[in-house]
Design a protein. Structure first.
Length: 283
């Protein structure tokens, strides 16, 4: 039943459905002919496509690959290379600084044999009471007078690093000679130190003038090394040198510290470095 809003009433009969008119016969025939013509045209185009494609290919210019030999290639962008390793120069550079014969000899052995493995290194000349700091390329960065062990000698007493300081005899207060892999760290007072021989409790650190009777600052400033033997074995250096030279060089990754002998011969302590220097740096 239709709603009143549609325009019809309930009593009205529904309107008759429209009857589609039939197309004239002539129109039907024309439509059929057009369809047949379209089908024939499509068939012809499909048959002609391969031929047209072949003709178009023959008329195209040669591809880039075939003419590449006649064209200058574009410059190749260089590939970023890793940071070059430290060059193995084979010689130490002292600049104009005068050093002892032993120190110069050892530094040349280190560089000739690449004993430091491309790391910064320092040489402690005990007879001169002086430390020399080199960079990884073997160039001397700076040097300073230092304080060192009270007793002359090239070896530490066994187990001395575990003994209380009060129990260490004056004759046992030596700074050992040799090659040491030094590491940055802290001492018992939480101060920055460069551990030279951790087992023997030997380190490089700032001078501590805690006992006025020892006159450590005056000893450092004196012109001769005769009065620089005062410590329990550690290497004391001026505060400024420690903070501006030693720590910036060794404070992050450490390095190698060589301590020259004062009683033994160079060959006894650094025989391995001498042999490596003669053999040359390994590949």
């Amino acid at each position: 039943m239709l709603r009143a809003s549609s325009g019809y009433y309930f009593s009205d009969p529904p309107p008759p459905k429209p009857v589609a008119e039939r197309a004239p016969e002539s129109l039907r025939e024309r439509a059929g002919w057009a369809a047949q013509g379209l089908a024939l045209g499509l068939a012809g185009a499909l048959l002609a496509w391969p031929v047209a494609t072949y003709v178009m290919k023959q008329g195209r210019p040669a591809p880039a690959a075939s003419v590449a030999k006649h064209v200058s290639p574009s410059p190749v962008q260089p590939i970023a290379q890793a940071t070059a390793p430290v060059p193995r120069t084979g010689t130490a550079d002292f600049g104009k600084t005068k050093v002892s014969k032993q120190a110069r000899q050892l530094a040349q052995w280190v560089m000739a044999g690449w004993d430091h493995n491309g790391r910064p290194f320092a040489i402690l000349d005990k007879r001169q009471a002086r430390v020399l700091v080199f960079n990884a390329e073997g160039k001397l960065q700076a040097t300073t007078p230092v304080l060192l062990g009270y007793a002359a000698g090239d070896d530490s007493v066994a187990g001395i690093g575990l003994r209380p300081i009060a129990e260490v005899k004056p004759s046992e207060r030596t700074t050992p000679a040799g090659r040491f892999v030094a590491q940055p760290g802290k001492n018992a007072s939480h101060e920055d130190v460069l551990w030279v021989d951790y087992e023997a409790a030997v380190s490089m650190h700032r001078v501590r003038p805690t006992n006025p009777a020892e006159r450590r600052l005056e000893r450092l400033a004196s012109p001769t090394p005769a009065d620089n033997r005062i410590s329990f074995g550690c290497i004391n250096m001026p505060v400024r040198f420690f903070e501006q030279t030693l720590w910036p060089t060794f404070g992050k990754r450490g390095g190698i510290v060589y301590v020259l002998p004062e009683k033994k011969s160079m060959e006894q302590v650094f025989g391995e470095q001498m042999r490596r220097a003669k053999a040359g740096p390994s590949a």
